[in-house]
Design a binder for this molecule. Structure first.
Ligand code: SF4
Ligand code: SF4
Ligand code: SF4
Length: 317
């Protein structure tokens, strides 16, 4: 089997996560020919371009699309590969980099290059074109907003998670094995169609009582056997696809939704929260409800991984 791995607007965690399966990776890579993987081997754009079109079985791309360079490379990978996998929440939904869509690009660049505390006095935003003797150096275009991978190319398989869990990576390896045997892809997303609560070991402790106030995780010491939502900690397990093995809950932390929504991004969490906390029937205006529930960061909670695919997208600017 021939494989390409590439990254776009990514923290690098998705590439590292592939190593999470430990020594099993050695077995998994038997008979696999990795033609391009910039994180792990010295390779340049020309090496990617030189690969024959359609000759690679699978291309795995992590990270969202923020620049023209990332879009161009995604399109090259698409041309070379029979199947393309969007690996990780950034590639699937825009992920955490997608929260930048709350701001115009000028503000993002100013924050990063001028205002950030680690910058030295007088630093400026890089110019898109720099002339150096006989050369003109052109930087890739920084787009107005962050996009998920399937906004620029067709994607065959979505593998969510920030990063995908070990269980999900093993499922992906099984899929790769099937592809190597010449079988067709049968799934579009390596996550459950049901909410995480169904897989959660604490689900049975839910009593359905009305929750009066929500707490941020640092405001209370959570009982590590009871449903976190029951304790007033906003856990998005009811609005998030299962498949991660409830790994945050196992660490006594609430789900933040990295496996993507069951339903509409962001809205499923908001409406389900309103219903679960029993305020829906009170007809409280949304802003008051958010205040009453002590929700400090609406976008960061309900759209933490999905703003570029959510309904509010850039409208909040
Ligand atoms: S999905 Fe998470 S781990 Fe993967 S690149 Fe994005 S931020 Fe990093
Ligand atoms: S709300 Fe969270 S803690 Fe409660 S059952 Fe669902 S996933 Fe588990
Ligand atoms: S519990 Fe939620 S945030 Fe944590 S890994 Fe699972 S889906 Fe992602």
């Amino acid at each position: 089997m021939k494989l390409i791995l590439n990254w776009a607007a990514s923290c690098g965690g998705c590439d590292v996560s592939i190593l999470d399966i430990g020594s099993e990776i050695l077995k998994a890579l038997e008979g696999v020919d990795i033609l391009y993987w910039p994180v792990a081997m010295d390779a340049k754009r020309e090496d990617l371009e030189a690969i024959e079109d359609g000759s690679v079985d699978v291309g795995i791309i992590n990270g969202a699309i923020r620049t023209s360079e990332q879009e161009e490379e995604a399109k090259i990978v698409r041309k070379k590969c029979k199947y393309v996998v969007a690996y990780g929440s950034c590639a699937c939904f825009g992920g955490i980099p997608g929260l930048a869509n709350l701001f115009p690009k000028e503000k993002v660049l100013k924050r990063a290059y001028v205002e950030a505390e680690s910058n030295e006095e007088g630093e400026t935003i890089p110019s898109p074109e720099i002339k150096l003797d006989d050369f003109t150096l052109t930087l890739p275009e920084f787009y107005e907003s962050v996009k998920p991978l399937d906004a620029v190319i067709d994607v065959d398989l979505f593998v969510p998670g920030c990063p995908p869990s070990i269980g999900t990576i093993k499922e992906l390896l099984d899929v790769l094995k099937l592809i190597a045997e010449g079988k067709q892809l049968e799934r579009r997303i390596l996550a459950s169609d049901k909410a995480l609560c169904y897989d959660c070991p604490r689900n049975a402790t839910k009593s359905g009582k009305r929750i009066e106030r929500l707490y941020r995780p640092h405001e209370v010491v959570a009982n590590d056997e009871k449903c976190l939502l029951e304790q007033g900690i906003l856990c998005l397990g009811f609005a998030t696809r299962g498949g991660c093995g409830a790994r945050c809950i196992n660490a006594n932390m609430p789900c933040r939704g990295c496996y993507g929504p069951v339903g509409v991004a962001g809205m499923s969490g908001i409406t389900a929260t309103a219903a679960i906390v029993g305020r829906w029937e009170d007809e409280i205006p949304p802003a008051k409800l958010i205040e009453a529930l002590n929700i400090k960061d609406v976008a960061g909670i309900f759209y933490n991984f999905t703003l570029p695919v959510g309904r509010i997208r850039n409208e909040k600017r």
